[in-house]
Design a protein around this ligand. Structure first.
Ligand SMILES: C[S@@+](CC[C@H](N)C(=O)[O-])C[C@H]1O[C@@H](n2cnc3c(N)ncnc32)[C@H](O)[C@@H]1O
Length: 276
């Protein structure tokens, strides 16, 4: 068990017999940190959405564009990346510190496999700083009060909260809007929230298949409409171009364009909100 600031125990043992969100995503991205149960669910989902691997790459590519924008154009040097996933190419600190070596990043994930790879996330520039917190976003205070967060980020200065491909694991009964509000309340004006979210808006039947497949493996999956995803940005102002299909959010900010044939072929909404 891993101890977070509130003493809430999170499992530290890696259970390979059931599919885990982080490892299924790693499989789609072409990583090696996945097991037969993860690949079986990944393939089951691909039967409903044959382009799922392209979508995962499009989501990941957005993350890099968003971080690049936030450092270079918005002057952000502090990031709280929740639902980090297994380290892969273009982790938040690598993108941020390549623009500003002073950037500081706190990563948070509930999955013990991410904890096991935390060393790769600690590979900071000497001027900057990175930390990993093993915690669950259902308990935002356990993140905000964690000594590794308060020792790394200056919460009197703006912070960008990254919630990239995580909020779909929260049902409405989990009150995702309240959780995000609690995070934003702890941050000053000029802070940002970055969200991508899968949606059934473009292909309802296929997404219903994804939901059923994920839930048959014990993973709650809640795609949201554009309007419901927009509600997650409450208390912020969406910056240009607003809430758009993930591949179309400022595509010019990439040095490695993803092959997404049509704007709407990656079924995630993506946006960045600024706290006024
Ligand atoms: C699909 S991956 C996204 C990884 C990365 N953000 C990206 O978009 O490339 C989702 C990650 O969220 C994590 N996650 C899911 N629910 C979580 C929770 N309640 N608290 C913290 N992490 C969570 C999973 O363990 C997984 O690593």
């Amino acid at each position: 068990m891993s101890d977070n600031s509130l003493g809430t125990p999170l499992p530290t043992e890696i259970d390979t017999t059931i599919a885990h969100e982080a490892r299924v995503y790693d499989y789609w991205l072409g990583g090696k940190e996945n097991y037969p149960a993860d690949r079986a669910l990944g393939d089951m989902i691909a039967e409903h959405v044959p382009t799922i691997k392209t979508m995962a790459r499009a989501n990941r590519a957005f993350l890099a564009r968003a971080v690049r924008y936030l450092v270079a154009d918005a002057g952000i040097t502090q990031f709280l990346d929740i639902g980090t996933g297994i380290p892969t190419a273009g982790n938040t600190h690598e993108v941020a510190q390549s623009s500003d070596p002073n950037a500081r990043v706190v990563y948070v994930d509930k999955d013990p496999i991410v904890l096991a790879h935390a060393r790769a996330l600690m590979d900071s520039t000497p001027q900057g700083r990175t930390r990993f917190i093993h915690a669950d976003l259902h308990d935002p205070r356990s993140i905000l009060d964690h000594p590794d967060l308060t020792g790394t980020l200056d919460l009197s200065e703006p912070v960008a909260i990254m919630l990239v491909a995580i909020m779909m694991y929260f049902s409405d009964d989990d009150h995702p809007q309240r959780i995000i509000a609690e995070l934003l309340d702890a941050l000053p004006s000029g802070s940002y929230v970055v969200i991508t979210h899968p949606t059934a808006d473009f292909a309802p039947e296929a997404m219903a298949g994804v939901k059923a497949a994920a839930e048959s493996s014990g993973i709650g999956f809640h795609p949201r409409s554009k309007s419901d995803t927009g509600d997650l940005f409450a208390g912020t102002t969406l910056i240009d171009p607003g809430l758009v299909p993930v591949a179309t959010w400022r595509p010019e900010l990439t040095d490695r364009p993803v092959a997404v044939a049509e704007a709407e072929s990656a079924w995630y909404w993506a946006g960045i909100g600024r706290k006024p």
